[in-house]
Write a protein that binds this ligand. Structure first.
Ligand code: 5GP
Ligand code: MN
Length: 343
């Protein structure tokens, strides 16, 4: 990671004053990487004597409920006592983990922007970080924010500072953001980090089981339904899309996180280059995009769905109806293909 040492020097001076009030925030619909990196970084900061509050805009998926320390995370949407707003207002330092622009905090972004005196630090691995951070530890070449946090802790305190619980939550982010170590950016350094986590006592089969084999029966049946009935293939079998309406989700007792991984499944088809998932919400449709190799869905998401992410995994939103969203997608894919982006 380029310039990590220099950035860690700057970070060290930001953390030098004792007992600071620190807030760690992560993105809307927090995933294993968002939660894992927040929990590990919080434990590290607490061990330095700081007072830390972790906040996420809305609930993480239920299959992460077992993660050590997760009950301490304040869910802004359910925070009736105003704990989160108070902690943000009083914060000296705000760490923004696993996202690249405050807008990705959605309902939480205003509260963070309102604290103009706190210094804001970004720790992330998405492309194109926004300008709104005083210090940016932004490493798009890293496969997960958990690996960035691991590297920061290593440089700041040494790996002996990593406890078993930190190792467990860091592993979850590394595992989930790489599709169980199958996607891009799998470097020797990442596997050396995993080796250290194993030395700290993590049990990989247990962690894998906790995350990937913990779904409900409804989720298993929804998956079958979505693949068989809702997956559509266009562009001569090279592009797929799938959509789920709220009525369909209700039928299968949908819980947040149940559709995780659905968008990836179309890419198990050999010819497939790009896949989309359209998930209806009350106010808009959440768009998830995945691609293989050189096909750049970060570009596609920015151009057509006001979003972004990584080259092979991106997302955005649509404020059209489901039917119009799908028509917009099909037209956009055609234009993208005509410009040679799907070759
Ligand atoms: P997912 O499909 O798993 O929700 O998201 C895939 C990737 O796209 C993640 O890295 C996520 O941060 C990014 N992403 C998802 N939705 C949005 C969005 O609305 N805007 C931006 N800029 N990125 C998004
Ligand atoms: Mn991530």
């Amino acid at each position: 990671m380029n310039h990590l040492q220099e950035k860690v020097c700057e970070l060290r001076s930001l953390l030098a004053a004792p007992q600071q009030r620190i807030v760690i925030v992560s993105h809307t619909n927090p995933d294993g990487d968002a939660v894992g990196s927040s929990l590990a970084w919080a434990e590290c900061l607490r061990s330095m004597g700081h007072c830390v509050t972790c906040i996420v805009p809305n609930k993480y998926p239920y299959f992460l409920d077992w993660m050590p320390g997760i009950d301490e995370i304040v869910i802004f949407k359910n925070d009736e006592e105003g704990l989160a707003t108070r902690a943000i207002g009083e914060a000296d330092l705000i760490f923004c983990l696993d996202f690249n622009a405050l807008s990705r905090l959605e309902i939480l972004s205003e509260a963070i922007s309102n604290n103009t005196s706190a210094r804001r630090v970004l720790i992330d691995h998405h492309l194109s970080p926004a300008e709104e951070f005083e210090l940016k530890l932004s490493y798009p070449e890293s496969s997960s924010t958990c690996f960035v946090v691991y590297s920061i802790i290593e440089a700041l305190c040494g790996v002996d500072a990593i406890s078993k619980s930190m190792a467990e939550v860091l592993y979850v982010g590394m595992m989930t953001d790489t599709g169980n170590f199958a996607f891009s950016h799998l470097t020797p350094e990442l596997f050396r980090a995993v080796a250290v986590l194993v030395e700290r006592g993590i049990h990989i089969p247990t962690l894998h089981n906790n995350v990937y084999n913990a779904y409900t029966e409804g989720r298993a049946r929804l998956f079958g339904y979505a693949i068989d009935r809702k997956m559509k293939v266009i562009e001569n079998g090279t592009v797929a899309y799938m959509s789920l309406l709220e009525s369909e989700m209700r039928r299968f007792q949908f819980q947040q996180g149940d559709s995780e991984g659905f968008v990836n499944y179309a890419l198990t088809i050999k010819k497939m280059k790009m896949s989309a998932m359209f998930l209806a919400h009350r106010k808009f449709i959440r768009v998830s995009l995945r691609s293989r190799g050189d096909v750049d869905v970060n570009l596609f998401a920015r151009r057509y769905f006001n979003g972004g992410g990584h080259k092979n995994a991106a997302g955005g939103k649509s404020f059209l109806s489901m039917k119009d969203t799908i028509e917009h997608y099909i037209r956009s894919v055609r234009e993208f293909a005509e410009e040679g982006h799907l070759d």
